[in-house]
Design a binder for this molecule. Structure first.
Ligand code: SF4
Ligand code: SF4
Length: 227
């Protein structure tokens, strides 16, 4: 992709890195096949390629982000599925992270957005707070239609009917090797999944260390030692 950053802009190492990444994109669109937001919404601007164009335009013109650009960048899930199908090795992750930083520095979100984001930032990364919120959502679900904000309505409707029990596998710990040690694996236990679906970490531990599971959440774990 052709870029037109000025020499002065390129003195900024962040812009220089973004320039390198942008130039490696050949517009082929292979990434759109694995992008979940493009698959669901069908809008080019909700595809990796579309977002790359938006980011290029924003950075090149050193402009204040507009609501449209912010909407399409916000919709990116950062799942990075696009990077797995890109034949040119475009480092989309750095690009979108940089765009998000740029947006946070220069864009003033509407008050409702700021309040919602403030609340989410204080709940989602803390599994116990999130569990309490999920229990609240369970109670509030029948009243979802009365919610004035469509996003709150959607959140209530999406909340799981059952909150899984706490898994002891999510506690900080290490498992001694069974037999000769082959590799050492560090597992980032995450935040939301420790409240939403404890099976994920239980299954990962089972895979990496079959004898290591100590009961887990009791929902899918419990491999016998030595198996
Ligand atoms: S697959 Fe890679 S090179 Fe092709 S459009 Fe997507 S990001 Fe660009
Ligand atoms: S990170 Fe995921 S949602 Fe974002 S552009 Fe890539 S595939 Fe699409």
């Amino acid at each position: 992709m052709k870029t037109e950053f000025t020499a002065e802009q390129l003195e900024n190492p962040k812009i220089a890195r973004a320039n390198e990444i942008l130039r490696s994109c050949v517009h082929c669109g292979f990434c759109t096949a694995t992008c979940p937001t493009y698959q669901v919404l069908g809008d080019e601007l909700d595809s990796p390629r579309g977002r790359i164009y938006l980011i290029k335009d924003m950075l090149e013109n050193d402009r204040v982000p507009d609501a449209k650009t912010v909407k399409h960048i916000d919709r990116c899930l950062s799942c990075l599925a696009c990077m797995t199908t890109c034949p040119s090795g475009v480092h989309y992750m750095h690009l979108v992270d940089q765009a998000r930083e740029y947006i946070e520095e220069r864009y003033k979100r509407p008050l409702g957005d700021r309040v919602l984001r403030w609340i989410l930032a204080r709940i989602l990364p803390y599994p116990m707070r999130f569990r309490v919120a999920l229990l609240g959502a369970k109670i509030g679900r029948p009243f979802a239609r009365l919610m004035p904000d469509a996003r709150l309505r959607a959140m209530l409707e999406m909340a799981p009917k059952q909150v899984p029990p706490v898994s002891r596998n999510d506690d900080p710990q290490s498992f001694a090797p069974q037999g000769a040690r082959k590799k050492r694996v560090a597992l980032m236990t995450g935040c939301a999944q420790r409240a939403l679906n404890t099976d994920i970490n239980d299954a990962t531990i089972r895979l990496a260390h079959p004898a290591g599971l100590r009961g887990g959440s009791g929902r899918g774990g419990g491999l016998l030692p030595g198996r």
